[in-house]
Write a protein that binds this ligand. Structure first.
Ligand SMILES: Nc1ncnc2c1ncn2[C@@H]1O[C@H](COP(=O)(O)OP(=O)(O)OP(=O)(O)O)[C@@H](O)[C@H]1O
Length: 665
């Protein structure tokens, strides 16, 4: 059925859109119509459907011709529960989704055969040609949820010789350059067995116009870029608006919840008049926000809204933890966590400024703990390489300064951007807007995310914590909260309470840290912290950029040719050449209290049990392993039933009904 739906979706969509053109006056009305489901004829059924869906952890809204509206009334919900019981373990394979053989081969090569819930739900809808808004948790596999059906459709058009060639057929818009690269890599890897048939390129604002023109010559079938870059290509005539109108069949906005906060609204608006009405639009997002609504209204027609929420409570290891401490003691606390091995490696530590990152790196280094700093100041090649090296487990601790500006701050900046006399520095800041060091980046095998500084808003928290517990992996997050950060901490708690529908706190105190352990290292930590001067920080920061700039070009050329040589350049090199005194490098046994020793042993044992240090190939790729189903963001959604999932039969019936409705109308 999905295969059948797939067979002609892009063409069908064009006919369907043309047919509904008269009914649908404009985007806004279309969206309102889709969301006004309960007022339509299928009110009762729709309500029952929604109740069942809420139980299941999936919400479906709208979708035009029939959308998700069931026709069987409240019975559907009850039956869904019972039938579903038999099918709890039912998983949908990529075979069942009717995808192109060459794509399935690429998936098999990656060790993937089962779709994640968001993929299971979104792929058939996209193959049917619907506009889709898909909201699902970080790390749930959203990228393949849109790449697979999009590539399937293009391969089909290509086989039929129906590809239009005046401009790219698909735009994938993402907020940052890092994401351009990542999505481009993912798409290329899926095209491994059909490289000659489709071409995917990524362009971003760091490239010269000449390079962009070269990349776009052809033109490619799929363009991965940022809204700013595509708007600039149009205004410079590198891509002609009329060609877009002729060729564009699909537009995808990934990490849509971040796009507007990356000052992309005007750029997206500049693109809108060139998008043909027949273009299918997909919006992917990890969080819900007013921005998503705005984009939906701006770009989508009568969209199908798919919301996958996590079902049930997270396993213990995924319950976020916090440590309350004075701001001045944060270095001490992180030292205790790392040095006494109370948290599982690899660790991603978030701080709110580049100086704090280098201060922390220098501080930890004096205790023999090597780390690397990832920040927006570094050249892009270095940033990409740091992420690759960290993913490949070449070092265990990464200190990241994410883009921690709140939306308000960004918008204030945007005001500056409009000033007629823009200084070089402001221009640089404007360019920096495309640097999103970590948001949406698929870090592999990060076990612990530490919020050394709290993020500016709850959405920032969701994106940070979403860097762990990805792709069948378990994970933990720990926030160090100073009294000054209690406000944002409460906001985050309230957000989590809302998500989990709970009255009580969703973040529990980190259990493995004893007062004794903290006090045992207090004096050493204070001494060392005092010895890290502002001058040292400045020098370390300067040195690091210098090294990375030198490395950057070498990196690009070398790693393009030798992608396996990741450890050639070390990003966690010591910043100082002074030897580490023994009393700081090794914590004397007598200082560690028995409880802490035990806790540390538990962490080590669980590490050994998980076989982390000897990764098998499949594990290293991050596709298998991890703990149980409930801790896995790729599996913890039940799109088809909390008690048990509804039978496939019923869903097939539902799709048939939708198709029938379409035919009837
Ligand atoms: N069907 C699958 N089975 C197992 N792993 C998968 C599957 N699909 C994708 N993955 C892996 O899951 C990881 C997370 O996927 P992806 O980056 O698409 O998540 P996401 O939902 O976009 O997260 P974010 O919102 O943080 O960007 C990736 O490493 C990806 O390779």
């Amino acid at each position: 059925m999905a295969a059948a739906a797939a067979s002609s979706s892009m063409a069908k969509r064009k006919q369907r859109k043309a047919a509904t053109e008269q009914e649908v006056e404009n985007h806004d009305e279309a969206t309102v119509a889709a969301e006004a489901g309960p007022e339509n004829d299928g009110h009762t059924a729709h309500a029952a459907e929604e109740a069942a869906a809420a139980e299941e952890g999936v919400e479906r809204e709208g979708g035009g011709e029939g959308g998700a509206e069931g026709e069987e009334g409240p019975d559907a919900a009850a039956r869904g529960g019972e039938e579903g019981k038999e099918e709890e373990e039912r998983e949908v394979s990529f075979d069942e989704l009717g995808l192109d053989e060459q794509l399935k081969r690429a998936l098999r090569k990656k060790g993937l055969d089962k779709a994640t819930p968001i993929q299971r739900e979104a792929i058939p809808l996209i193959l049917e040609g619907k506009d889709v808004v898909a909201k699902a948790k970080t790390g749930s596999g959203k990228t393949f949820a849109y790449l697979l059906p999009m590539l399937h459709e293009l391969l089909k058009l290509s086989a039929e010789g129906r590809i239009r060639k005046s401009a790219p057929n698909v735009f994938i818009l993402v907020p940052t350059r890092e994401l351009c690269q990542q999505v481009h890599n993912e798409a290329s890897s899926l095209l491994e067995f059909c490289t000659s048939k489709l071409k995917v390129v990524q362009v971003n604002a760091s490239m010269s116009d000449k390079d962009i023109k070269v990349a776009l010559s052809g033109p490619p079938n799929i363009l991965v870029t940022t809204p700013a870059c595509v708007a600039s290509c149009i205004s410079k005539g590198i891509i002609r608006g009329s060609s877009i109108k002729e060729s564009l069949s699909m537009m995808i906005l990934d990490e849509a919840d971040l796009l507007l906060s990356y000052r992309c609204e005007d750029d997206i608006k500049a693109l809108v008049p060139h998008i043909p009405r027949s273009c299918q639009s997909i919006l992917m997002s990890a969080t819900s926000s007013a921005d998503i609504e705005k984009l939906t209204k701006l770009l989508l027609h009568n969209p199908f809204i798919l919301t996958l929420t996590e079902v049930g409570h997270a396993k213990d290891d995924l319950i976020p933890k916090n440590i309350s401490c004075d701001a001045k003691d944060k270095m001490l606390y992180i030292l205790v966590l790392l040095k006494l091995e109370l948290i599982q490696k690899k660790v991603l530590i978030f701080v709110n400024s580049i100086d704090s990152a280098f201060k922390l790196r220098l501080f930890l280094e004096k205790f023999g703990i090597r780390s690397s700093v990832l920040n927006a100041e570094l050249p892009q090649n270095s940033r990409l390489h740091i992420i690759q090296a960290f993913n490949a487990r070449l070092f265990d601790y990464l200190i990241a300064t994410d883009d921690n500006k709140s939306k308000e701050e960004r918008q204030a900046n945007k005001g500056n951007k409009k000033d007629s006399r823009v200084s070089r520095k402001q221009l640089q800041q404007t360019l920096d807007a495309e640097f999103g060091v970590v948001r949406g980046i698929d870090f592999k095998n990060v076990f612990t995310v530490v919020n050394y500084d709290m993020p500016p808003d709850p959405a920032g928290y969701v994106h940070r914590v979403g860097r762990t517990g990805r792709a069948n992996k378990t994970g933990a997050s720990i926030s160090l909260v100073s009294p000054k950060e209690n406000g944002i901490f409460e906001d985050i708690e309230n957000m989590l309470k809302d998500v989990e529908n709970r009255d009580t706190s969703c973040i529990s105190p980190f259990p493995l840290l004893t007062k004794n352990a903290v006090e045992s290292l207090r004096y050493r930590a204070q001494d060392v912290a005092r010895s890290v001067t502002t001058r040292d920080i400045k020098e370390a920061r300067r040195q690091d950029i210098k090294n990375e700039i030198l490395n950057s070009e070498k990196l690009k050329a070398h790693f393009d040719e030798n992608p396996r040589d990741l450890d050639l350049l070390k990003h966690d090199k010591l910043l100082s050449n002074k030897e580490i005194p023994a009393h700081l490098r090794d914590v004397p046994e007598y200082l560690i209290d028995p409880t802490t020793k035990e806790a540390s042993n538990v962490v080590k044992l669980s590490r050994a049990a998980m076989d982390i240090d000897k990764p098998r190939r499949r594990k290293r790729m991050g596709f298998k392993g991890g703990s149980g189903r409930s801790s896995d963001p790729l599996k913890t959604f039940s799109a088809e039933g909390k008690s048990r999932r509804r039978g496939r039969k019923e869903r097939d019936g539902e799709q048939d009904r939708r198709k029938r409705k379409k035919v009837e109308s």
